[in-house]
Structures are given as C-alpha cells and as structure tokens.
Design a protein around this ligand. Structure first.
Ligand SMILES: [Fe+2]
Ligand SMILES: [Fe+2]
Length: 337
C-alpha cells in the first residue's frame, strides 16, 4: 500500500510551535538526546514534528520502549514515559496515525460480525506471495534475512497478550490466559516461545537488524503493538489484531518449515516454527470462539472495533509482505490474492 511522506501537524491548542535550535533534525534523534539529558530538554519536544513516516515510527517506538522494554536496557529513562512532554508528543503522533488507519476502507463485502469478518480477513491473505517464494525459491541467505525482518509470528506476543487481558473478564480472560500460558511453554523454560525464537536465531545465524535499517513498513507493523499496549482504550482493536495474527500464523509457519526442509536447516531451527505451525491454528480458533465471540455477544457495539483492529493488522502486514516480495523477487511474484 503506497503511502506518501507526511509531516505531523501540531495542534495550536495543545502544543506551542517548535523553535528549538535543532528543529529539522529527525525527531527520533532529538528524543534520544533529550531522554539522555532529562526533563527540560524533553519539554521542547512536546511540539516537535517528525520529518517523515519513518521518523514518526522511530519516535513512537522509542516512546513505547519507555513503557515496555526491559528496565535493564532503559535505565533511568523509563521514568519519562508519563512525563507531560512525552505524553503530549505521543498523543499527537498517535492521533494522526490512528486517523490514517481509520481512513483505510475495509474490504468490500466484509461481514459486519467480528468473528465472521476476521475469518474472511484471515483467509484473504493467508499465504502471502513472499511466504510462497520463501518456501519454494529463496536461497539460505535470503531466508535468514527474511526471517530477521519478519521477526517470527509473534515477536513480543507474550507481553502483548498480558497487556490485552487487563480489565477483561469471563471467557475472554480465560482464553487470553491460556494463550499466555502456551507462550510461557506451559511452565517449561525451554518451551517459552521467546526462548525458542532465540534458539532458532542462534541456529541459523540470524542477525538482529537495527530499527534504523528496517523498512518503514516493518517499523509500523511493530509500532502497532506498542500503540495497543499503551492505549487501554484501544483494547477492542487489540483483541482483533492479536486474533488475526493467530489466525494467519500457522500456514505461514508451515511455509517457513518447507523452506527449512528444502535448504537443510539445522535441527535447532525447527522447534519455534514447528510449534507455531501446530498450535496457532488452535489459538486462532479459540481466540474467536472464546474471546471475540463472547465479548461481542455481550457488547455488540465492540464488534466493528474488533474487526477494525484486525483490519489494521491485516493491511500493515500486507504492506510489509508486499514490500518483501518486491525486494526479494524484483516484482516477478504475483500479488497476494
Ligand atoms: Fe508464540
Ligand atoms: Fe499463538
């Protein structure tokens, strides 16, 4: 999905104009410097504008880190997550981003019912061209780079599920708890999905790609998790987005396993994708049956919002996988159906 560069506009009611000497530098860089310098430097940034979409998402990701990254990484900067300047900047950048997301029309003939609509969305992009190319044609180096950008089916999913369940009750609460416990390897450290992902990354020599070197489509896809995790009011959309992820992950993981087989991947590469190929179809079904369905039956007004969140996930995903298909196949692949 092509998007043009943009500049955030400040609301004159909520933010003074930015007249700081380093105005014009990428906002993410200015934020990093201000976080290191402390509160007075941050105040200037409340009115700051990102220079483009990439800068918007790098800035938001740095802000989301303040609330979600390990404290061992953040150090004292974590205390600024709720500072007035950071909160004002976050709210302003998110407002224009959410408005963009809301402006993307839902696919035609999508059922209004959240469960049925999510099933249709999941089926629509179940096997993107990039994954089919991965299974059939990618070289080893291409496979490793693809997986490094893709980040696994659920990078940070355990924390996202934990954030998503706050304030839920009944069947939905139980379903998210069950899902979380599966993420935790049902109590076995070796089976924790993050641990398995690390083992897979070690086995194939997968590099960690800095955000600065990731395509903007990948940054937006990751930032969507931060948007949800730090905005409780978006819980219905988050339930839709995480559910769609579960519904789509299984078939994609099977294609990664086909690529592993074809290219002779080491044994230790398999458990992470094998686990998700097997359990995510069940996770997706259970998420619909036990979380989305009961929640929307009880509060029908949430149904369009749950579906909207699934759509946000769907089209940010599609933007990334279309880009990867183009990058790796020079546009020779057919477009995802
Ligand atoms: Fe997982
Ligand atoms: Fe899952």
């Amino acid at each position: 999905m092509a998007r043009t560069s943009m500049t955030e506009s400040s609301s004159p009611r909520t933010a003074a104009r930015d007249h700081s000497p380093d105005h014009g530098q990428p906002l993410a860089q200015r934020l990093g410097a201000a976080l290191a310098a402390g509160a007075p430097a941050l105040d200037v940034l409340a009115a700051g504008d990102p220079v483009d979409r990439r800068d918007r998402f790098l800035t938001l990701l740095a802000i989301y880190d303040l609330s979600t990254a390990p404290l061992s990484v953040l150090g004292d900067t974590a205390r600024y997550a709720g500072s007035p300047a950071v909160a004002a900047l976050k709210a302003r950048l998110e407002a224009s981003w959410v408005a963009e997301l809301e402006a993307v029309p839902l696919p035609a003939r999508l059922p209004a019912d959240a469960v049925e609509g999510m099933r249709m969305l999941a089926a629509r992009d179940r096997l993107p061209a990039a994954y089919r190319w991965l299974a059939r044609e990618a070289s080893w180096n291409e496979l490793v780079r693809f997986l490094a950008i893709e980040g696994g089916p659920d990078g940070g999913f355990d924390d996202l599920v934990a954030a998503c369940q706050v304030g839920l009750s009944g069947s939905a609460k139980l379903e998210l708890a069950q899902n979380y416990w599966d993420e935790m390897g049902n109590g076995h450290l070796d089976g924790v999905h993050t641990t398995m992902h690390e083992a897979m990354a070690d086995a194939i020599g997968m590099p960690r790609i800095d955000r600065a070197d990731q395509p903007v489509e990948a940054l937006e896809r990751v930032a969507l998790g931060g948007l949800f995790a730090t905005n409780h009011w978006l819980q219905p959309e988050m339930i839709g987005a995480l559910g769609l992820l579960e519904l789509q992950a299984g078939p994609r993981c099977r294609l990664v396993l086909q690529a592993f087989d074809r290219l002779g991947a080491p044994t230790a590469a398999y458990p992470f994708y094998a686990e998700h190929a097997e359990v995510d179809p069940r996770h997706g079904k259970d998420w619909l049956d036990n979380a989305v369905g009961p929640l929307c039956a009880e509060q029908p007004e949430l149904s369009p919002r749950v579906l909207q969140g699934a759509w946000w996930r769907s089209h940010t995903n599609r933007a990334l996988f279309d880009l990867l298909a183009d990058e790796f196949t020079s546009g020779e692949q057919e477009q995802a159906a």
